[in-house]
Unconditional design. Structure first.
Length: 434
């Protein structure tokens, strides 16, 4: 790379440009002016880069929009020993994530304007990945009284969710969908019937029985989704199902989409890369919510990604400290970190032939951005210069001790992966570089 110059112009040359939104996959260049993309395309700088422009040679590697992660728990305010806005931002950019949306289950809960504004303000000061807040759908996440969605949306809330809790009461969900529809707001559901999930700690079935662990049946997800589709049809409200994990649950969403209902969904890497066998030896890093499912369910998640039923892949980043995981399996907290493995785990789908690289990246960029109406996830003139340069073929082994996240509870601990983030750019600034 040349020495910095004063023009405010930076040219990324000799890149494999990947823009899932337009289908662009070609060798070319991209020009940044200040915080935005000034030009991009396969024909750019064919005659050479003019003097006075800083040059970054991508050496034929992939240049794509920065990833948009629509499901992250940052733990601040309230549980800063597990993660902070700063450490989550550092983990995000190390994983190529330039925009992320955080759940409202902080302390205090993000059910008031002041808390939503606090997170947005603190995130801006960090100068790392852009952090956007969800707001609570119900006050105190108790599933009874609706939050003040209109005011919270004005304060910057992208959508409304009770986070890791389902909106379990049908009347409350009906009201939430109806109320949100008046603001064209989105309701994000954790689709798990709590009365069926009960005190379960892993996927119900033969393995849970053999291990003497209480199970969470797939019906907990399926029944909640079936009920919610009825309520969406009744109200016309926009609905998003988070981290879908079951074959039949995905079928429910597939049928709803065929009917034209305003429904979207995402999944997370553990549900297409791992299955319930990871719980061997009572390994608490594999205790996730929803639980890791059967191999048949894992294959169904991959099929749902391939046929477009699943609209996005999110990290479902849920940091837990050592004390929370160093317990018996039944007593350990749910959750795994995922920001720094999000891209590589998704590239795994490309390596196995389940997806081509461009549509796989779409699930991490323009897909989630479109669901949340975020101006992100695209390589286009005038857009924010949020970029990732990565080598899809370079291998590495997951070692959470080297991660930027404060917590180390990765379900992929020790696994080999391919795909290394070499540079992350936010608003034209390089914020991570290998």
């Amino acid at each position: 790379m040349s020495k910095p110059v004063t023009s405010g112009l930076v040219a990324y040359v000799n890149a494999r440009l990947l823009d899932p939104a337009t289908g662009l996959d070609a060798k070319g260049a991209l020009l940044i002016q200040g915080e935005t993309i000034a030009d991009v395309g396969p024909g750019l700088f064919q005659g050479g880069v003019p003097s006075g422009i800083e040059v970054v040679d991508c050496q034929g590697l992939c240049l794509a929009p920065g990833l948009v992660d629509m499901r992250v728990q940052v733990r601040e305010p309230g549980e800063e020993h597990k993660e902070t806005l700063k450490s989550a931002g550092e983990a995000a950019v190390a994983g190529g994530v330039t925009s992320m949306v955080c759940l409202p289950n902080t302390d205090p809960i993000m059910d008031e304007v002041a808390t939503v504004e606090f997170v947005a303000r603190r995130a801006r000061k960090n100068g790392l990945a852009k952090i956007y807040p969800y707001a609570a759908a119900t006050k105190k996440l108790e599933g009874r009284e609706l939050s003040e969605m209109g005011f919270l949306k004005e304060a910057g809330a992208l959508a409304f969710t009770d986070g890791i809790k389902a909106i379990a009461d049908a009347q409350t969900m009906r009201r939430a969908l109806s109320y949100a529809a008046t603001f064209d707001a989105l309701i994000v559901q954790h689709p798990e019937d709590p009365s069926l999930a009960g005190s379960g700690v892993m996927n119900a079935g033969e393995r849970a029985t053999r291990m003497g662990l209480s199970g969470i049946p797939v019906e907990a997800e399926i029944i909640m989704l079936e009920r919610d589709m009825r309520l969406v049809a009744m109200t016309g409200g926009r609905y998003h199902a988070a981290h879908v994990s079951t074959a039949e649950g995905i079928d429910v969403i597939r049928r709803a989409k065929a009917k034209g209902l305003p429904v979207t969904c995402d999944t997370a890497p553990p549900y297409f890369a791992l299955n319930e066998l990871e719980v061997h030896n009572y390994r608490t890093f594999a205790k996730l919510s929803p639980p890791l499912r059967s191999e048949a369910d894992r294959q169904a998640v991959i099929a749902g990604l391939a046929d477009g039923t699943i609209d996005a892949i999110a990290s479902d980043h849920a940091p837990q400290d050592e004390d929370a995981k160093r317990q018996t399996f039944a007593a350990a907290e749910f959750g795994g970190i995922g920001l720094e493995t999000l891209l590589a785990a998704t590239i795994g789908l490309v390596q196995t032939g389940a997806l081509a690289l461009l549509p796989a990246l779409g699930l991490l960029t323009c897909g989630p951005a479109d669901i949340l109406a975020l101006p992100a996830g695209r390589l286009k003139m005038g857009a924010a210069a949020d970029l990732v340069v990565f080598d899809p073929d370079r291998g590495w082994q997951v070692d959470p001790a080297k991660f930027k996240s404060k917590s180390k509870n990765s379900p992929f601990d020790g696994r080999p992966m391919q795909g290394v983030v070499l540079r992350t750019v936010v608003d034209g600034r390089t914020v991570h570089r290998v």
